[in-house]
Structure formats: structure tokens, C-alpha cells
Design a binder for this molecule. Sequence first.
Ligand code: 4AD
Ligand code: MG
Length: 461
Amino acid sequence: ERTEIVSLYKNTPADGTVVTVCGWAKNIRDSKNIGFIALSDGGCFKTLQVVLEAGKLANYDEVVHTGLYSSLRVVGRIVLTPQAKQPFELNADSVEILGDCPADEYPLQKKKMSMEYLRTMPTLRPRTNTFNAAFRVRSVAAYAIHKFFQENGFVYAHSPLLTASDCEGAGEMFRVTTLDLDNVPKNEDGTVDYTKDFFEKPVNLTVSGQLEAEAMAMAFGKVYTFGPTFRAEKSFTTRHAAEFWMIEPEMAFCDLNGYMDTAEAMTKYVIRYVLDNCPDEMAFFNQFIDKGLIERLELVAGSEFGRISYTDAIEILKKNNKKFQFPVEWGVDIQTEHERYLTEVVFKKPVFVTDYPKEIKSFYMKQNADGKTVAAADMLVPGIGELIGGSQREEDYDKLVTRMDELGLDKSSYDWYLNLRKFGGVEHAGYGLGFERMIMYLTGIQNIRDVLPFPRTAYGF
Ligand code: 4AD
Ligand code: MG
């Protein structure tokens, strides 16, 4: 017979309706005769105002002096309050303390605590407004992503987390082994004897599900992955995590423009969905984390994204080289400061940078006719920089083999991948969306560690 607070807000009950609610006391105010508790049961961002009258409740003193975040069961009557901020409140007939929360031991205080300090309490911070809102947006955005792809005919493909390949070829993998690291079995030539390991070969956590997604796309036409990926890059930035979630759509019969069109439509869809379905959370971010956030997202959802070639982007950036810590020239990998200049100063909206030099991109990307660039595109957004990376894939078997040889890749662990080009291979393209960066973009939160419930980054756990 417990009523969830969210259902009260969805269908305002009649004045006088008797309900039982359970939740945590997020705020308690009291005077001698009357007290107020903001009760949250976690089902929505809004709290329910519970009114306590000393004359009515035998345990009034105990209740108003219980610690914040004590859990309570309240039976009471709904009182409509059309003149107040909340449409109704609950006048308590009885309050039972289910679990006391001793104020002298509880680490969360009512006063504003810094994000840094809250990071030291990953198990408790979801109870605070900022993190509660962030993690609900995370859930809703994940649903929006599934909804977008499912409604557009994509099949959700589960890519493995244990792999033998290195998709990005950057050597940033976490090795997974059952070998005793203090007593590693060796071959006669001194190398590690992986035949003694669980899989009898070196295995690592995946850096990307793309290669398997390509295989699935050759069966289903359009697929997407949505799962954890792992990178052992010692990147001490606010945008890099060692464990992060990636969405990787892969589309057969699709070129670079097809990828960009899909990525743009998806981004707008997710923004729209979160604005429409998390109004309280978004209003909170707009007020306390990033003023103007909602207005900016509304604009983005309704505008056309920019598109510029890497070569043209470098021309623009070069003219502004004095402004950068790292001046650019054609051929360099553009860094966050350049990405942000392009999207924040030049375009003032999301922009795709296309056709990068092949030297700074991955082996699988389709080589352009100029012999210098590949059909890749990164989507950059204001405040973040790179949100999405993707490309058309090289479907030509010989060109792909040549490129892998040039890069010194061990083809033996990619034979299945190469065979996809032989067995009915077709033009195809795809991209990777960093889910945490999307949540940062949607909430205005500045640090990736604050959009991951339990972050694992180069800073540690
Ligand atoms: O640009 P990346 O490395 O591309 C790929 O992995 C491709 N296989 C994707 C594909 O074409 N299927 O990564 C894609 C996105 C980046 O744009 C970024 O948003 C995010 O993943 N990302 C990270 N997010 C958090 N922490 C990290 N260490 C990240 N590395 C990449
Ligand atoms: Mg990238």
C-alpha cells in the first residue's frame, strides 16, 4: 500500500486522500509546534513536503530531531496547496522512523560540499542533488539511445569485453591473465608462455567493440553496441576514464556522410528526449551547474551541425596559432584546445571535422583518393571537444592488408576481420559515442569522474 511520490506528482490526488509514503528525510525544519520534512523516495527528483503537527504526533520531538537521511514511513492526508510552490503536501497522521541516520556520524552535510570532497564518497554521493540528477539523466539518456536505434531499425549487438585484438591500435589495453605475475611461465627464449594462461594466448579488455560490430553489421545491416570499454591511457584529463561506456553503431551500405547524418540525428534525439523527460533535473543543472544550459541545448537540438574538412580547419587554426599552447600545422593531431576553438569560437555549435591525415587515425579507416587522408570524422561539441569519433571503413581487402603491414600490425589476430572484406564485403561506416562525454554535455558537469557512478580513471578508483 506504499504510494511512490512520483505517482503523486503524475496524478495529483484529491484533497484529503490518505496515503502511505516511505522515503528519506532530505531536509527537516521545525519549530515548537510544527515541522516540515522534505521526503524523497528516489523515484523522482522532487521531494514531498510532509507537515508534522506537534499536537497530532506522539513522537513529534523524536521525528523532527532525527538525523538527515533517516528513513521514514509516513501515513497522512494529501492537502492541496494551489497557492504554494508545490501543488500539494502531506499532513502526517503518523510517522515511523524505519532507519535512523545519526548526524554525528553521517558524512554528508546540508551545506554545499565540493565535487572533489564528494568524490571521496562514491557510495553516498548519489544521494546529493547534483549526483542524483546526473545519474538519473544517465539512465534516461541510455534509454533514449536504445530507443533511437531500435526505432530506426538497428539491432543491439553485444560485443565481447575479452578480446585478443587492439581495435584502435594504440596499445592501450588492460591485459587479462590468470598467470601468477610473481612467477610467470617463460618460453626458452625468455618470452611469456601464454599457453599456460587461461585462453592460451594474450587477452585484454576491449578498447572498442567496433570490429565485432562490423561483423554483426554484415549480417544485420545496421547494428549498435552499448557497453563498457577500457583504456589504459595515462590521460590525466577531465574527459578520460579508464573504464567508460561507448555506443558504437555500424551501418552497411553507408558512407561517411551517412555516418554523420545518423550521429547528428541521434545527438539531437537524445538531447530532446532528456529535456522532455528530465525537466526537474535539467532545471537544476541549468540553475546550479551551468547557467544557460537548457537554452543552448534547445538551440543545438534545432540547428544544423557544422561540417569542415581537417585541411580547412587547420587553415583556420593556423591563423590563430598564437592563441594555442600547441600551434598546429597540417598533419598534427588536433588537441582539445583546437577542438574547442573550432566548435566554441568558429562554429559556436557542434561540428564534424572530416578527412584527417591517415597517419593520425586508425588502420581500419577508408583511405581517400588523395593518398593522404582517410574518410574519418570527429564530432566536436562546445565545452567538451570530441564527443564522437567515427569513419567509413576500408572495405578493400588489399588496401587494408597493405595499411596493416605499413603499421606493423600482427594480422594473425585479425584474419576474421579481413575475411569480412572477402565474404560479401560492402561499403560501411560507423562511429563511437563516448557515453560519459554525452552526459557531461547534457548536464554541464565538467569532470568525467562526476558522471560515472563509480569512476575508474588514471587517478585511481
Ligand atoms: O575516437 P575513439 O577512440 O574511436 C573508437 O574507439 C572507434 N572504434 C569508434 C568507432 O568508430 N566505432 O573513441 C570514441 C569516443 C570518443 O569520441 C570519446 O567520446 C570516447 O569514445 N572516448 C573516451 N571517453 C572517456 N574516456 C576515454 N578514455 C575515452 N576514449 C575515447
Ligand atoms: Mg577519437
